[in-house]
Design a binder for this molecule. Structure first.
Ligand SMILES: Cc1cc2nc3c(=O)[nH]c(=O)nc-3n(C[C@H](O)[C@H](O)[C@H](O)COP(=O)(O)O)c2cc1C
Length: 329
């Protein structure tokens, strides 16, 4: 591989793919810096985009940044590169999340490169899904995607799904009573149609999906308590197919790993013709997050609840332009 610095277009392309990653309330809490002389792309947390009430520990922030890192690796693999990643390289600087050395000389990871077309096709789908079971082989692909990133994906049994749904409803109740959390949701999730002057971040009204008749599926209602004239109602699938993603340990490095695993699972799901939405609601309250575990599995810390299935694609949410999140030095 060439020892020449990568050109601006290549770096911009990698970062454009990275920023298509999911993030809590689409806050996009990341920044990138390319050090041309040494061929290193650095990932930083953008702490101005943290959500102190919803995500006080910044676990969700790290998950989103981890997801962006996975996209960056997929993009690099598709460009024929084999980057070497160091997580949290500077303990003295908690905002410095990862360093990606682009000049490694190993062959690119083909399994990652195959996921590249899914990066811009993947959108959270908050629509009802069909009552169609995901085949065991497809589930196994998804579990394998999580394992490849050092995490575990589990499709819980019926009692555990029921208990996760109950935790989502408990979390909804707690959110409703917490003006700080409600304020953050209202700040990032806009109920008015975006029209021509779409903001470059946050969740547009078009991506909320319909209002749920009954409460079968764990889909966050970003408009709860706020009027949205004309928003339709719909019945969701009776038996939502839920998976939980988790890790053996907890902490910033594990959250970055979990974020990479989350995005790898979502890209794999997209590649396999599935749609997905995620919910972190029960994980945003420590006492509920603890109960979300499966006591008979080795997964000690639940990092995300996923809903997967077959159904309509989600509406794309905007992203900030690359020149706002990348500087090249
Ligand atoms: C840590 C984290 C937590 C999230 N929590 C939720 C959630 O509770 N409910 C939901 O519908 N989406 C959730 N999302 C998805 C984001 O809202 C979504 O990724 C973002 O709005 C961008 O939209 P996109 O996924 O369509 O690109 C979460 C994403 C991350 C990374």
């Amino acid at each position: 591989m060439s020892a020449e610095p990568f050109d601006e277009d290549t770096i911009t392309g990698l970062v454009a793919d990275a920023t298509a990653a999911p993030s809590l309330h689409n806050a996009q809490p990341w920044r990138f810096r390319y050090l041309g002389g040494v061929g290193v792309l650095r990932l930083y947390a953008d702490l101005k985009r943290a959500l102190p009430r919803t995500d006080p520990e910044r676990r969700g922030l790290h998950l989103g940044c981890g997801a962006a890192l996975l996209n960056l690796r997929v993009s690099a693999a598709a460009a024929g590169l084999a980057p070497v990643v160091r997580l949290l390289p500077d303990p003295a600087d908690p905002g410095f999340l990862a360093e990606v050395h682009l000049r490694a000389t190993a062959p690119p990871d083909q399994a990652l490169a195959l996921l590249h077309p899914a990066i811009h096709r993947r959108h959270s789908s908050r629509h009802p899904y069909r009552d169609e079971e995901i085949p065991a082989t497809v589930r196994e692909h998804l579990c394998g995607a999580a394992r490849a990133e050092g995490a575990q994906l589990l499709f819980p049994g019926a009692w555990h799904v029921r208990s996760i749904l109950e935790l989502v409803w408990d979390a909804e109740g707690q959110e409703a009573e917490d003006a700080g959390v409600r304020g953050e949701t209202a700040q990032w999730a806009r109920t008015e149609p975006s029209g021509t002057a779409e903001a470059p971040d946050g969740i547009p009204a078009e991506a909320f999906g319909p209002r749920q008749r009954g409460t079968a599926a764990p889909v966050r209602d970003f408009a709860v308590g706020r009027p949205m004239p004309g928003r339709p109602w719909a019945s969701f699938e009776k038996n939502p197919q839920i998976a939980i993603l988790g890790t053996a340990r907890d902490g910033p490095a594990e959250w970055l790993r979990a974020g990479q695993a989350l995005e790898r699972v979502l890209l794999r799901a997209t590649t396999d013709g599935l749609v997905a939405s995620v919910t972190s609601q029960p994980l945003e309250w420590p006492e509920l997050r603890w109960v979300a575990r499966d006591p008979v599995s080795s997964m000690a810390h639940v990092q995300m609840v996923l809903r997967l299935g077959y159904g309509p694609q989600g509406h794309p949410s905007p992203r900030r332009p690359v020149n706002e999140v990348l500087d090249i030095v």
